[in-house]
Ligand binder design. Structure first.
Ligand SMILES: *Cc1c(COP(=O)(O)O)cnc(C)c1O
Length: 394
């Protein structure tokens, strides 16, 4: 390790071991060393696999991609630095000036913003339509429409898209059907089995599950689209960090258990809320009183989702009193955490809308969305029962 002028800086020899680590090693190396220029030729020309520079790919991203691919029944997916980076990869990596894209009218807020502000600036036209109503989507189509982007269960009103109708329409018109499967997750819905062409995720939410890492993923059925999205991601630097991938993989190991548990508790909580006098209405797709119940049963199988929305009697003061009294729950605008979180669309995700627009969507000041976590069902029901009467006359 020494020469006459001091110590060698690199490479540090790795200790020998005939056994292997059980846990995926974290590989933060930005660059990878090769033996010879010939060896690099072999790598770049695809005769052997090797890493070169981590923006182009690294082991921790590939491990997450392989897990996601397996869950979605796909190959060649791309892991990105956030869910929005995955949305960007699809929309900006595959569309060009002159194209038209249709989006669900209740997409995630930043997806809506990308469609409303950024795509038009680049010459890509966008239209929003109601994904629960195929005729609304059909009416939005143009000869130059290339893509339809929808979520299966909408936020926060939990409407269920007519995926079968939309898939048939897209097939008939030669349009790519893109499904943001973040809310439903591959545990309750596998879009490729229902005619989707591209599936994307915010891994940040339920899949990683601990609110300590941002990550996204996108995969197409067609390998040439995957290559185009991978190239766009590498060029524009949407690549994730090895540490984020490593943390996300750790969360994903318990994803199925967490999801099953959270959605079972969500069903219990939804019924419990419906029986509380301070609650005006409960929205849960697996309840028979839900507007899209039949479709939810067909699409989501027995699994449902971990999201429950409800409306309190009373306005903002009732909402304030409730969050103050809901001890042990985080009032925080995210979803999929191990702990139950409450979100109040009127003051967060939907605050930019006019009160009239919110009223059209049914989002009063008493409206809350609950992302159910891993608390015991009884504990959770007790917290809500204790906090909701506090809104009486507030
Ligand atoms: C959170 C979310 C996104 C964006 O993901 P980030 O990881 O926050 O960038 C996209 N779609 C849906 C449905 C989401 O809930």
């Amino acid at each position: 390790m020494r020469n006459s002028k001091g110590s060698i800086v690199r490479p540090v020899p790795l200790p020998d071991s005939v056994s292997r680590p059980v846990v995926t090693p974290l590989s933060p190396s930005v660059v990878y060393a090769s033996d010879t220029p010939d060896a690099l030729d072999d790598q770049y020309e695809g005769r052997v696999h090797g890493y070169t520079y981590s923006r182009e790919g690294h082991p921790n991203a590939d491990v997450v991609a392989a897990r996601m691919d397996a869950m979605e029944g796909a190959t060649g997916g791309v892991v990105t630095g956030s869910g929005m980076a995955a949305v960007t990869c699809v929309l900006m990596g595959l569309l060009k000036s002159g194209d038209h894209v249709v989006g669900g009218n209740q997409l995630y807020g930043r997806s809506l913003r990308l469609m409303a502000e950024d795509l038009p600036r680049l010459g890509i036209a966008t239209t929003l339509a109601d994904p629960c109503d195929v005729n609304s989507v059909r009416a939005a189509l143009r000869p130059e429409t290339r893509m339809l982007l929808v979520e299966v269960v909408s936020n926060p009103t939990l409407r269920v898209a007519d995926i079968a109708g939309l898939a048939a329409l897209c097939r008939e018109r030669g349009i790519l059907l893109v499904v943001d499967n973040t809310f439903t997750t591959p545990r309750s819905f596998r879009p490729f089995e229902h005619g989707a062409d591209i599936v994307l995720h915010s891994i940040t939410k339920l899949l990683a599950g601990h609110s300590d890492v941002m990550l996204g993923y996108v995969v197409a059925r067609d390998p040439t689209l995957n290559e185009a999205m991978r190239a766009f991601s590498v060029t524009t630097g949407l690549t994730p960090s090895p540490f984020d991938c490593w943390l996300a993989e750790r969360g994903m190991l318990s994803f199925e258990l967490r999801f099953d548990r959270a959605q079972q508790t969500a069903a219990v909580l939804a019924d419990h809320l419906a029986g509380l006098p301070g609650v005006k209405r409960v929205i849960y797709p697996m309840r028979p009183d839900h507007q899209d119940h039949q479709r939810a049963r067909e699409l989501l199988g027995g699994q449902g989702c971990n999201m429950v929305s409800f409306e309190l009697h009373g306005g903002r003061s009732a909402a304030n009193a409730f969050t103050r009294a809901a001890d042990g729950l985080s009032f925080a605008p995210t979803l999929g955490d191990v702990g139950t979180t409450l979100s109040h669309p009127a003051s967060s995700s939907h605050r930019a809308l006019t009160p009239e627009h919110r009223a059209r969507l049914g989002l009063s000041e008493g409206f809350f969305r609950v992302s159910v976590g891993l608390e015991q069902p009884d504990t959770l029901c007790d917290i809500f029962a204790g906090a909701i009467p506090a809104t009486d006359g507030a």
